[in-house]
Design a binder for this molecule. Structure first.
Ligand SMILES: [Zn+2]
Length: 468
């Protein structure tokens, strides 16, 4: 307009060399870089000063609007991108077992209501899934299905989805799904919700849950437990294993009690963690989508609930001596028709599975020691920082892998498995022999360690700890 010497608000049209109208927008430079345009002012009327003013105002308003719209566009774009990324993350972590898990906001806030920031800072688990992704079928190979039945199963080579499929397979294989008329979709939802409620700790994480359950499954197969237990007992054993460390915060009971965490206060210092694992398990079952026991009548549910609670509470290592003693008293005259005997055996079985890593082949077992020590060191560092007592077996200054394992294998694992062997001699070769080999290996490693320390002039009397 300035070049043409016409009022600034005159409407202009651009025509290209063919006489076609060219739209005026920011891309014009890009598309018509080398073209000449014909500028055509359209004088529908001669603007007066007032009209020019009016046009000015209109232009400004239009500009404001356009700016506002651009901001909105930008907002929409950002929101879309975030949603897309979230979806991708979700899909990557759960592309196989894919069920919508919903927890009501009330329940979510009640589950999340903890003052200890470490305790439930992983909020993703209780976030309802945004969508139901497609449901790719995951077929376990015959080889995997067979390997799954043995303690030699390599638990490290599976991703979350595969572990979920394996767990699902175990429930089917043990005839718990058909036998109890379980809804297979509910089973998937439940397992997915279980996964979401394990924290990403170095040790007490979903893979540990998987290991314990897989060991339970192996023992059920190896000891033909389906021939001596009822199917309800098998369901209790498997489900307690799956749930036994739900929402473990990575800091043990001693820490909870010494630091006077909300958990310790709530449960009066009595197995705070195990009580919590159990409470979370039944909070999950209370959602219809995840209630694999929905087909049971009230009485049967009560029995299963009691059974699971007893087993999860039995995993507190502070009760190890008490439970093992009680079992030792029964084992020589064991009566499979005596409910008290059977309950005690189930408690010992879940305890065995919970601490069974050293039963596995060395390549599978050893990385777990590193994970456990990492979690211990995380705790002892925090205890030091908070001026709380530090257990020597958790202290990075005092413990090594061999010292951590030798005492534990010799004084906790072997005596417990040998007692179980009195009822199930078949575990000697499959489960106790690997324990003895592991003990011997760690003793050799300790000798090498000691020799090296002697050379370096460091003290060798490192704590022989029990990693409980
Ligand atoms: Zn555990």
């Amino acid at each position: 307009c300035t070049v043409l010497g016409i009022p600034r608000n005159t409407t202009l049209s651009l025509l290209d060399s063919t006489g076609a109208m060219v739209s005026i927008d920011p891309t014009i430079v890009k598309w018509y870089e080398f073209e000449l345009f014909c500028v055509v002012p359209s004088y529908t009327f001669l603007p007066t000063d007032k009209e020019e003013l009016f046009q000015n105002v209109l232009t400004q308003v239009a500009e404001q609007f356009s700016r506002a719209f651009k901001i909105n566009e930008l907002k929409t774009e950002v929101t879309n991108r975030v949603a897309m990324l979230e979806k991708r993350v979700e899909r990557e972590s759960h592309s196989t077992v894919s069920v919508c898990v919903f927890i009501s906001p009330q329940r979510r806030s009640s589950l999340l209501h903890h003052s200890d920031s470490n305790f439930l800072d992983d909020k993703k688990k209780l976030t309802p899934r945004r969508d139901v992704p497609s449901y790719p079928k995951y077929h376990l190979s015959q080889e995997t299905v067979e390997a799954l039945r043995h303690p030699t199963f390599d638990v490290w080579q599976w991703e979350t989805n595969e572990m979920l499929s394996c767990l699902e397979h175990m429930y089917n294989d043990l005839d718990l799904v058909k036998g109890f008329n379980m809804n297979p979709i509910t089973l998937k939802s439940w397992l997915l919700c279980i996964h979401d409620n394990y924290q990403v700790n170095p040790f007490h994480n979903f893979r540990h849950c998987f290991c314990v359950t897989q060991m339970m499954y192996s023992m059920i197969c190896l000891c033909s437990l389906q021939e001596i237990f009822t199917q309800v007992d098998i369901l209790i054993l498997m489900t307690a294993a799956v749930c036994h460390d739900l929402q473990h915060p990575g800091y043990n009971n001693t820490y909870q009690i010494n630091a006077r965490t909300e958990l310790a206060v709530r449960y009066n210092d009595i197995s705070p963690l195990e009580n919590h694992h159990c409470a979370v398990a039944f909070q999950i079952f209370s959602q219809p989508d995840c209630n694999i026991f929905s087909t049971f009548d009230a009485e049967a549910f009560k029995q299963i609930r009691q059974g699971i609670i007893t087993l999860i509470l039995a995993t507190d290592m502070a009760r190890h001596g008490e439970i093992l003693d009680s079992f030792k008293h029964k084992v020589d005259r064991f009566d499979f028709s005596d409910e008290e005997h059977v309950t005690c055996l189930k408690m010992v079985l879940i305890k065995c599975c919970d601490i069974s890593n050293e039963v596995r082949p060395m390549e599978v077992a050893e990385p777990w020691v590193d994970c456990l020590l990492e979690e211990y060191f995380m705790q002892s560092d925090r205890e030091k920082a908070e001026s709380l007592p530090v257990a020597p077996f958790m202290d990075r200054e005092k413990v090594t892998k061999p010292t951590a394992q030798i005492g534990f294998i010799k004084f906790v694992l072997i005596p417990m498995f040998e007692t179980v062997m009195k009822l199930f001699p078949q575990i000697d070769k499959v489960m106790i022999q690997p324990l003895r080999e592991s003990r011997d290996r760690y003793e050799e490693l300790k000798q090498i360690d000691d020799a090296m320390r002697e050379e370096e002039g460091k003290p060798t009397n490192l704590y022989q700890g029990m990693s409980t």
